[in-house]
Design a protein around this ligand. Structure first.
Ligand code: NAD
Length: 367
């Protein structure tokens, strides 16, 4: 199969972790006889510096012409002074909108052996395996008007949370189908005791539920959900929520399972899917070769599954990550104090090595 992919390394640790994702993609292509056609483009701060636009036209065209997009991360303190439409994050939001990817799937799994990396007690976090289905193109990140008015000292800033029924309906269908493929449990998270948007959300999710009588639907307010996520994370399975709540809860889920650095994500539902680790550009460790590349590699597995329907390949990548962690390999973010750690590059190379071994026992790999 032709794997026609645009890679957008971006800023900070983005290029470092993306390189390791590409290393794994290359290995998968070689092992399974696929042809990898990779096109690297600028986004975010890197694009701003090169062409004064966080999403240059040629980057967008390349993304739209490919079958999947692999993104590192965007942003950094150097760009904080830029006006909001010229911030690196504005480029990423525009890319998501242009691609039409309204469904962001964010799994958070506590790998055996990583329980000790969680700030929670091992017995609380053990067995955590959840997916947050986050609406990605609506809500307060996109609603208009958004502005700051007035003179310093009396400024007023406005953001607008807005949802249309169809936006809620389409993400709800994705979440119910995800629940059907897992434990047939879906929790919808909102703030319906305060927000009109959430009351509409709850009403539409209840209507969609009629199409999925085999799925047990529950609702929870976002503040309770945040509390429950740290009190009993292993009870969560599929969580459906709107854009901002999903952004916050998925970072929290990252900390719960040990590190933001191990979580990948898939943004789907549009013309071309976007696959990216959930972490940001981590400017505090950018360029030091210490970032954890597992989030980027997990995103590659999700890409193989969702963009190319290559389930065996996706499972091989996931099994390789699991095996490497089982051997005790640790990047700095998941090493205990006193424990030695691997660089970004070394972790990627270990995972590549494990992938070669896993694939030896996979019947689908051509001999
Ligand atoms: P962050 O996710 O970049 O970092 C938070 C903390 O987690 C930092 O201590 C960082 O060192 C650590 N961390 C993150 N990824 C890691 C990895 N792979 N390995 C090891 N440690 C890791 O969040 P932040 O500091 O709030 O944001 C930094 C910049 O990234 C900001 O400009 C923000 O706007 C941007 N951002 C971008 C995205 C994206 O591109 N999708 C997402 C979130 C934040």
């Amino acid at each position: 199969m032709l794997l026609n992919i645009t890679a957008l390394p971006g800023d900070g640790i983005g290029p470092e972790v993306t390189d390791e994702g590409i290393k794994v993609l290359d290995t998968v292509a070689e092992l399974f006889g696929h042809q990898l056609q990779l096109n690297k483009k600028n986004i975010g701060g890197a694009a701003l510096l090169a062409s004064n636009d966080p999403l240059p036209a040629d980057t967008l065209q390349a993304c739209l012409a490919s079958s999947a997009v692999l993104l590192g991360a965007v942003g950094g303190p150097a760009f904080d002074k830029y006006p909001s439409h010229l911030r690196p994050e504005a480029g990423l939001l525009r890319l998501r909108r242009e691609l039409g990817v309204f469904a962001n799937l964010r799994p958070a799994t506590c790998f055996p052996g990583l329980e000790e990396c969680s700030p929670l007690r091992a017995e609380v976090v053990r067995g955590t395996d959840l997916v947050i289905v986050r609406e990605l193109l609506g809500g307060i990140y996109f609603g208009e008007p958004r502005e700051t008015k007035g003179a310093t000292g009396s400024r007023i800033a406005t953001d607008t949370m807005r949802y249309a029924e169809f936006e809620i309906e389409r993400i709800a269908h994705i979440a119910f189908r995800m629940a059907q493929a897992r434990k047939r449990k879906l929790m919808s998270v909102d703030k319906a005791n305060v927000l009109d948007c959430s009351r509409l959300w709850r009403s539409v999710v209840n209507s969609v539920a009629r199409h999925y009588p085999d799925v047990a639907l529950t609702h929870m307010y976002v503040d309770s959900a945040a509390m429950a996520l740290v009190a009993r994370p292993s009870e969560f399975d599929v969580v459906l929520t709107e854009n901002m709540f999903g952004d916050i809860l998925s970072d929290q889920a990252g900390a719960v399972v040990g590190s933001l650095g191990i979580l990948g994500s898939a943004s789907i539902g549009g013309k071309v899917g976007l696959y990216e680790p959930i972490h940001g550009s981590a400017p505090d460790i950018g360029g030091k070769n210490v970032a954890n590349p597992i989030g980027a590699i997990a995103s590659v597995a999700m890409m193989l599954r969702h963009a190319f329907n290559l389930e065996a390949e996706a499972q091989c990548v996931e099994a390789a990550v699991k095996k490497v962690l089982e051997t005790g390999a640790r990047s700095r973010d998941i090493a205990r104090s006193g424990e030695s750690s691997l660089s970004t590059e070394q972790m990627g190379t270990r995972i590549k090595g494990a992938l070669l071994k896993v694939a030896e026992n996979t019947p689908m790999v051509p001999g």
